[in-house]
Design a binder for this molecule. Structure first.
Ligand SMILES: [Mn+2]
Length: 258
């Protein structure tokens, strides 16, 4: 596990976390409405954001070719660029939908892109932050798929499809995934079958973190891990619009309502 220590101190500022925007899904019109909501959220936190962590599945599909990136998302990327101009640190994580992100945002906007969970220390509190795909028990069909998705030969092969074809294929695949057709019963708390909660408990048995922050599950969760730690799931922005804020003392899941 990659562990990077980011020392961010807070005075009257906050650290913000959100994930699973799935920009681009399920279609351009619905995505654009969501994109504007995300921009309103980013505007609302710009004044007091010490850092913003976007914890994976930002895009429903993203692939960086040598010279080409997918079309779209100009309003979102422009807003992110404005926040970087204000010198707000922004960190991207890849999720299972945008794991082919490379260094485009790093080179253009100075945004680190993490492919694995990282450690964050702020105001004496420790965080383990990651998208969460493939962690913990279960998620076996995805774990098999991830082997293919990250296989160098498969990526090389995909890259040589014309992007119009490759992206079309990818969008067709992505439309089968659960975010675009959220079922009510997928939004139930699964108790001991919550894989990321189980993962957090396993880590906590050897290494203590105050907060475990994951996405991927698409269900906002705040669960105790042992006696001294908390697992937060960030939810998603198709129907729930939830984010986590940390003010130096407490971490709180909040629904964005504007
Ligand atoms: Mn997702």
């Amino acid at each position: 596990m990659q562990a990077i220590e980011l020392n961010i101190s807070l005075s009257d500022k906050k650290i913000y976390f959100a994930s699973d925007f799935h920009l681009g899904a399920p279609n351009s019109n619905e995505s654009k409405i969501r994109e504007q909501r995300i921009i309103r959220w980013l505007d609302s936190i710009a004044n007091d954001a010490a850092a913003i962590f976007l914890v994976g599945d930002i895009f429903d599909f993203w692939f960086e070719y040598q010279e080409v990136i997918p079309k779209g998302f100009i309003p979102f990327i422009s807003k992110i660029s404005q926040l970087r101009d204000l010198e707000i640190p922004i960190y991207f994580f890849t999720g299972n939908h945008d794991l082919w992100m490379k260094d485009y945002f790093t080179k253009e906007l100075g945004i680190p892109v993490f492919h694995e969970p990282i450690q964050l220390i702020s105001e004496g509190k420790s965080f383990l932050i990651g998208h969460g795909d493939g962690l913990g028990p279960g998620d076996n069909s995805y774990k098999r798929l991830k082997k293919l998705f990250t296989n160098p030969f498969a990526k090389w092969l995909f890259r040589w499809f014309h992007p119009d074809l490759g992206i079309k294929l990818a969008k067709a695949w992505s439309s089968h995934s659960r975010i675009t057709n959220i079922q009510k019963d997928e939004n139930r708390f699964l108790g001991n079958d919550e894989w990321l909660w189980a993962y957090a408990k396993t880590i906590e048995s050897t290494t203590h973190y105050d907060y475990y922050v994951f996405g991927h599950r698409h269900l906002p969760l705040e669960l105790q891990v042992g006696s001294a730690a908390t697992y937060f799931n960030l939810g998603e922005w198709v129907t729930q619009n939830t984010f986590l804020q940390f003010d130096g003392e407490r971490a709180e899941l909040i629904e964005f309502k504007k």
